[in-house]
Design a protein around this ligand. Structure first.
Ligand SMILES: O=C(O)C1=C[C@@H](OP(=O)(O)O)[C@@H](O)[C@H](O)C1
Ligand SMILES: C=C(OP(=O)(O)O)C(=O)O
Length: 425
C-alpha cells in the first residue's frame, strides 16, 4: 500500500514533456459491454486497464462473456471478447464506478436469473433510483433503489420516461443494452437539463459503430431499435479527461505539454479542454503529433458553464485557485453525486490551504488567494487527488491523501507525474 500522504512535487521550472495517455475510461466501459452483447466474437484494443475498467471486465465475465487479454503494456490491453448467453446468479462489484453501476444492470436484466450488485460505501450514495425504476417499468424485477440491489430479467423493453438530471449515465446505461431488449427502448428525459451531453452522444455514436439503429433526432428522446449488435474490432482513444492535470501543469509552470494521439474528432468531453484552457490563458495547437498546450505562467479566472464537462471541474477549480482573477463554475450541481460531493470537497480542500472557494447552488465561486502547504484530502476520488497534485506544483508542502485512488482511471498517475516533471520526452 502506498503512503497515505503523498508529497506533491513542486515544479522546479517550466514543464516540458510529452505525456502518452492510456485509453478512455468512458470509451472502454462502453466498448466492453457492447462487445459482450454482440452477435459474435470481437475485440477491444488499447482498452484502459484501471480499477473501473477491470470491474467492468469482471462484471461481464460473471454475466457469461469470455474476455481474454493480450498485448498488455502501459498503453493498455487488447481484449478478445466472446459473447455468451447472459447468465444470472452472479454478484457484481461496481466499486465506485458510475459506468459499472449504471451500464451493467440493463445487461443483467437480459438474464433469466437474479444478479446482485453492490459497491464501495461511497457508491451506495450515488443516484441509481431513476434507472432502476426504468428497468422495472421495462419489465425487469428489481429490488432496491440504490446499491446494493438485485436485478432479475428478462426485460422486455418499450417506452420509459425518467429524470436523468442527476447523471447522463442513467440514459447511457439504458441505451447501451437496449438493442437486445425484445422491443428495444424509447427513453424520454423529463426534468432539469441532463448533464454531460457529450457522453450521451458518445453512447449514441458507439451504438451506431456497433451497427445499432438509434434515433436521437428529438430533444431529450432516444430510440434504440431491437436487433443484433455487430461484432467489431474496436480501438479505444486516449483518455482526454485524464489529460487535464498534465495540461494544467504546462499552464502553471509556463511550460509545454504534448498529448500524443489526440483525436481530431471525438465525442469525449475532454476535447473541450482546448477551449477552456485557452480561455484561462494557454495556447493550444492540435497537429498530427497530438495536442500541445503552451502556458504563459499566468492563469486567468474563468466564468464557465461546465454542465457538459463536469468531470473536468476538479482540475479547472484547482487552476482557478491559482489564477489571477476570480472564477465562477456553473451548471454542475450534479457533481454532488459524483465519487464524492465534489463541490463540497473542492471548497473544503482549497480553503484548507488558505484559499477562498464557496459552493453556490449549481457550482463554485473561487477567489484566488495566496495558498500554503497542508493536507489535501481526496475522499476516494481520483480527480480530487489529481487536483491536489496540480495545486502542489505551485504551492510548497501540499500532501495529497491516498494518491493511489487515481487507480480508478489512471493507475500510473504518480509515476507519470514524476516523469513529466523530470522532463522525460
Ligand atoms: O458516461 C460516462 O462515461 C460518464 C458520464 C459522466 O457522468 P455524469 O453524467 O454522471 O456526470 C461523467 O462525469 C463520467 O465521468 C463518465
Ligand atoms: C464522475 C466520474 O466517474 P464515474 O464514471 O464513476 O461517474 C469521473 O470519472 O469523474
Amino acid at each position: 500500500m502506498s503512503d497515505p500522504l503523498w508529497s506533491a512535487p513542486l515544479a522546479a521550472g517550466p514543464v516540458r514533456a510529452t505525456v502518452p495517455l492510456p485509453g478512455s475510461k468512458s470509451v472502454t466501459n462502453r466498448a466492453l459491454p457492447l462487445a459482450a452483447l454482440a452477435e459474435g466474437p470481437g475485440s477491444v484494443r488499447l482498452a484502459l486497464r484501471s480499477r473501473d475498467a477491470d470491474l467492468m471486465a469482471s462484471a461481464l465475465r460473471s454475466l457469461g462473456a469470455r474476455l481474454t487479454p493480450s498485448n498488455e503494456s502501459a498503453s493498455g490491453v487488447d481484449w478478445a471478447v466472446t459473447p455468451g448467453p447472459v447468465v444470472g446468479g452472479g454478484r457484481i462489484d461496481a466499486g465506485l464506478a458510475g459506468t459499472v453501476m449504471r451500464f451493467v444492470p440493463p445487461v443483467a436484466a437480459l438474464a433469466d436469473g437474479e444478479v446482485f450488485f453492490d459497491g464501495d460505501p461511497a457508491a451506495r450514495k450515488r443516484p441509481m433510483g431513476p434507472i432502476l425504476a426504468a428497468l422495472r417499468a421495462l419489465g425487469a424485477r428489481v429490488e432496491g433503489d440504490a446499491l446494493p440491489f438485485t436485478v432479475r430479467g428478462p426485460v422486455q423493453g418499450g417506452e420509459v420516461t425518467l429524470d436523468a438530471s442527476s447523471s447522463s449515465q442513467l440514459i447511457s446505461g439504458l441505451l447501451l443494452a437496449a438493442a437486445r431488449f425484445d422491443k428495444g427502448v424509447t427513453v424520454r428525459h423529463s426534468g432539469p437539463p441532463v448533464p454531460s451531453a457529450p457522453h450521451i452522444r458518445m453512447t449514441v455514436e458507439m451504438l451506431r459503430e456497433f451497427g445499432v439503429r438509434v434515433d436521437d433526432s428529438e430533444p431529450d428522446t432516444w430510440r434504440v431499435e431491437p436487433g443484433p449488435i455487430a461484432a467489431r474490432d474496436y480501438t479505444v482513444e486516449p483518455d482526454l479527461s485524464n489529460a487535464a492535470p498534465f495540461l494544467a501543469a504546462a499552464m502553471i509552470t509556463g511550460g509545454a505539454v504534448t498529448i500524443p494521439g489526440w483525436p481530431t474528432r471525438t465525442t469525449q468531453p475532454g476535447d473541450q479542454l482546448r477551449g477552456l484552457l485557452t480561455e484561462m490563458g494557454a495556447s493550444v495547437s492540435l497537429t498530427g503529433d497530438g495536442l500541445t498546450l503552451t502556458g504563459s505562467g499566468r492563469i486567468r479566472g474563468i466564468d464557465a458553464d461546465l454542465r457538459e464537462v463536469g468531470e473536468l471541474t476538479p482540475t479547472i477549480a484547482a487552476l482557478a485557485a491559482l489564477a489571477d482573477s476570480p472564477s465562477r463554475l456553473r451548471g454542475i450541481a450534479h457533481l454532488r453525486g459524483h465519487e464524492t460531493d465534489r463541490l463540497a470537497a473542492l471548497a473544503a480542500e482549497i480553503n484548507g490551504l488558505g484559499g477562498d472557494a464557496a459552493e453556490t447552488d449549481d457550482g463554485l465561486a473561487v477567489r484566488p488567494r495566496p495558498l500554503s502547504g497542508g493536507v489535501f484530502r481526496s475522499y476516494e476520488d481520483h480527480r480530487m487527488a489529481t487536483a491536489g497534485a496540480v495545486i502542489g506544483l505551485a504551492v510548497s508542502g501540499v500532501r495529497v491523501e491516498n494518491i493511489a485512488t487515481t487507480a480508478k482511471t489512471l493507475p500510473e498517475f504518480a509515476l507519470m507525474w514524476a516523469r513529466m516533471l523530470g522532463g522525460d520526452r
